[in-house]
Design a binder for this molecule. Structure first.
Ligand code: ATP
Ligand code: MG
Length: 292
């Protein structure tokens, strides 16, 4: 168990976040558990208002959890002081937000945008430039150094946003609906670029999205419902195709909630047959031809 924990970059347990204003309390996260391994790329999905952005804001160090634990790369996000928070935000985490413009400084050129976040890190000018050039080359923006932001397409702007997010070599990249303002061609390109840079640099990626295309690029999709993690889908290759496997909870009474899509597909209704077969449990519809 310990060796598994050592490989985790992100660990949230019983995470609660409450937004408080003068006359209102909104419980946005209510006991969320999430573990993400070093170098893993996962997607987070869930209905509007389920708490996805709140989770990313907590992991970004922008919101302090109300209760529970959230640890990233050895930082305890519930207990950070201001200096620790500043170094966490500068050195550990990078983010890419849905609103393309928010990720960029409009008055600076393409090249300057990628150098800007590195200014506070104590790197030499030469190293800042090298890092910017490397990222822009990897994202096919090498010919656009002197362009202004307004001259770039939405897809190019978001690719530049990705370069900015990775400028300080974060261990964790958070992306909140990064393709929401892109057309489907630009969106698939951004997701492919993100996956390519992830495998090149090995950072951990958490991407919130409604975009179904993302399933092709991640190892795991986690569903958040009412501020808690719900079902989880793992993706893996088998015989050249991509196979989905649902991870569901078995409660203390050994009750299992099957994914609705599976129930429908196989035609399960009320009573089902369950049998043990070479170390696996097989669930079948009650009436199957030739079932005896
Ligand atoms: N700054 C805030 N102050 C008060 N309540 C907030 C604030 N931000 C979010 N909420 C509330 O917290 C809950 C979770 O919101 P959150 O933005 O995390 O959801 P989401 O899953 O990202 O939704 P969407 O898919 O629409 O982006 C919602 O009920 C929302 O209204
Ligand atoms: Mg959101």
């Amino acid at each position: 168990m310990n060796s598994v924990a050592a490989d985790l970059l992100v660990e949230c347990r019983g995470l609660v976040h409450i937004y408080r204003s003068a006359d209102l309390e909104v419980v946005a996260l209510q006991g969320l558990d999430l573990a993400v391994a070093v170098g893993e790329m996962i997607a987070i999905v869930g209905r509007s208002g389920s708490g996805k952005t709140t989770l990313l804001n907590v992991l970004a160090g922008l919101e302090t959890p109300s209760a529970g634990t959230a640890r990233v790369a050895g930082f305890d996000l519930a207990q950070m002081g201001d200096a620790q928070r500043a170094s966490y935000q500068r050195d550990v985490v990078g983010y890419l937000w849905q609103n393309v413009a928010v990720n960029l400084a409009p008055e600076l050129s393409v090249l300057e945008n990628v150098q800007l976040p590195q200014l506070s890190g104590g790197k030499s000018g030469r190293r800042r430039l090298e890092r910017a050039e490397l990222l822009l080359a990897m994202l096919d923006l090498s010919t656009r150094y002197r362009s202004s932001i307004a001259e770039l397409s939405a897809g190019e702007q978001q690719r530049l946003g990705l370069a900015v997010a990775l400028a300080n070599e974060p261990q964790l990249l958070l992306a909140d609906e990064p393709t929401a303002q892109l057309d489907s061609m630009e969106a698939s390109r951004l997701l492919a670029d993100l996956q390519r840079l992830q495998s090149e640099f090995g950072m951990t990626v958490i991407i919130v999205t409604h975009d179904q295309q993302v399933d092709e690029h991640v190892e795991r999709t986690v569903l958040i419902r009412d501020g808690r993690t719900s079902t989880e889908t793992r993706w893996f290759a088998k015989d050249g195709t991509r196979v989905a496997e649902e991870l569901v909870l078995l409660d203390r009474a050994n009750r299992l909630q099957l994914p609705p899509a599976y129930v429908e597909e196989v035609g399960l209704r009320e009573r089902v047959r369950v049998r043990l077969e070479e170390g696996r449990v097989v669930i079948l519809p009650a009436k199957e031809p030739g079932s005896g």
